[in-house]
Design a protein around this ligand. Structure first.
Ligand SMILES: [Zn+2]
Length: 421
């Protein structure tokens, strides 16, 4: 289908400009004034903002089922006593509906791409493909269900065959404290053989760093470097507790970081040194993490926190500016996930587009709309979300392959069952 967006205030790469955008199939066919383009549908944006969809660089989408379950606990208690036992009981069907609930939340909030770190790959892929979302899906060793080397390879190879279209793979180690050294080494060799990227939670808590230092006499980044893990293109989630040498290692290997401020605050992990990452030339993206530790999948909230926590922690209001944070949530995210032609509004790029309504008091008097996007906009301002040229959300209606009321009911049924039995 062909779309023409008229009267749009287009945000891309740090600038707002009044222009038109033409979409043909899944690609942005043109950006400019008065485009000569025969469209099936013309959308008058009425001076509102058109921008690239947000890229959520770290997610555990089916965990939307666990929203509000196990709140107000210490991280280890939350993970090992609440979350892991519940996850043991999840069926493939449960995963599917948890994924669908998260996808509904994504499209409502302008998220068009995400890196999915969870298990039961066929059920997640079924939901993602049905919805039309763009995703990197993580395959890798499970933290509690251990397999032999031969079984891992056979499982990962069969999971790779499920990928295609908007869905591509990444090899994922949950963390160095749930994965053995043998598993990490196997991942490195499998990633090399299949030309895969690697992702993991890294230096999220002081306990993780302390335990690794005691056990291996190395910090987590030093340990990964010694195993050859960083030789592959790599995305590290969180990175809250890092000294100068750790940051230097990540910079040297061109590792991207997905910072997840809400999750780090709620689980009391700390505040990531985002400004220091930027000063060292590290590509910083933003993730929501799962709804069990956030509890919402909202990049507006994350952007606000990335900017304000960075400023407050260094007592400097001039650092980590709105434009830099918007880049983190869009094009830096694309780079972190290794996705090309995604994350900007440019000719030839994927038509992953969102429209933001600025006709609310919190946008007026419109002194600086770019600043508003980070400091005063809300996810409810998003009124259209398009992924690969398909509208997945528009003005209260969801086009994700499942009726939204069914998604709500199934998610309620699922968590009631899990908590009862
Ligand atoms: Zn996580």
């Amino acid at each position: 289908m062909k779309f023409l967006f008229k009267n749009a205030l287009i945000y891309t790469s740090g600038e707002l400009k009044k222009d038109e955008v033409a979409v043909d199939g899944d690609i942005i066919q043109g950006v400019g004034e008065s485009l000569d383009f025969e469209a099936d549908r013309v959308i008058d944006v009425k001076g509102n903002i058109l921008m690239p969809g947000f890229i959520n660089a770290h997610a555990h989408t089916p965990m939307t089922l666990f929203r509000g379950v196990g709140d107000d606990l210490k991280l280890e208690e939350w993970l090992f006593e609440k979350i892991f036992p519940l996850e043991e009981k999840l069926s493939g069907e449960d995963i599917y509906w948890g994924e669908m609930l998260g996808i509904a939340e994504y499209v409502r909030a302008g998220i068009t791409t995400f890196e999915e770190a969870y298990y039961s790959i066929p059920d997640m892929v079924r939901a993602i493909r049905k919805s039309g979302m763009r995703a990197r899906v993580c395959i890798g060793p499970h933290p509690t269900k251990k397999l032999s080397e031969k079984e891992y390879i056979s499982q990962w190879e069969s999971e790779l065959k499920l990928m295609g279209g908007n869905i591509s793979p990444v090899l994922y180690a949950h963390s160095i404290y749930t994965i053995t050294e043998e598993e990490l080494e196997l991942m490195v060799s499998f990633a090399k053989k299949h030309n895969l990227r690697l992702s993991l939670h890294l230096s999220e808590t002081l306990k993780e760093v302390g335990d690794c230092t005691v056990k291996n006499e190395q910090t987590p980044p030093e340990y990964l470097e010694s195993l050859g893990f960083l030789d592959r293109p790599c995305l590290a989630y969180h990175c809250v507790h890092m000294d100068k040498d750790d940051i230097r290692i990540l910079a040297d290997y061109d590792v991207s970081i997905a910072t997840c401020p809400s999750s780090n605050l709620k689980l009391a992990s700390g505040i990531a040194p985002v400004y220091t990452f930027m000063q060292n030339g590290i590509n910083v993206a933003i993730g929501t993490d799962g709804a069990a530790s956030n509890n919402s999948l909202d990049m507006f909230k994350e952007m606000f926190l990335v900017a304000t926590l960075s400023k407050a922690s260094l007592y400097d209001g001039s650092i980590v500016k709105a434009k830099e944070v918007l880049d983190m949530a869009t094009k830096n995210g694309a780079r972190a996930l290794g996705l090309e032609k995604v994350g900007e509004i440019k000719k030839g790029y994927k038509a992953d587009i969102i429209l933001i309504d600025t006709n609310s008091p919190h946008h007026f008097p419109k002194n600086d709309l770019i600043s508003n996007l980070v400091y005063s906009a809300k996810s409810s301002d998003v009124y259209l979300t398009m992924v690969g040229g398909k509208i997945l959300y528009e003005n209260g209606k969801y086009y994700i392959g499942e009726d939204i009321e069914t998604v709500y009911n199934k998610s309620k049924e699922t968590i009631t069952k899990l908590l009862t039995f």
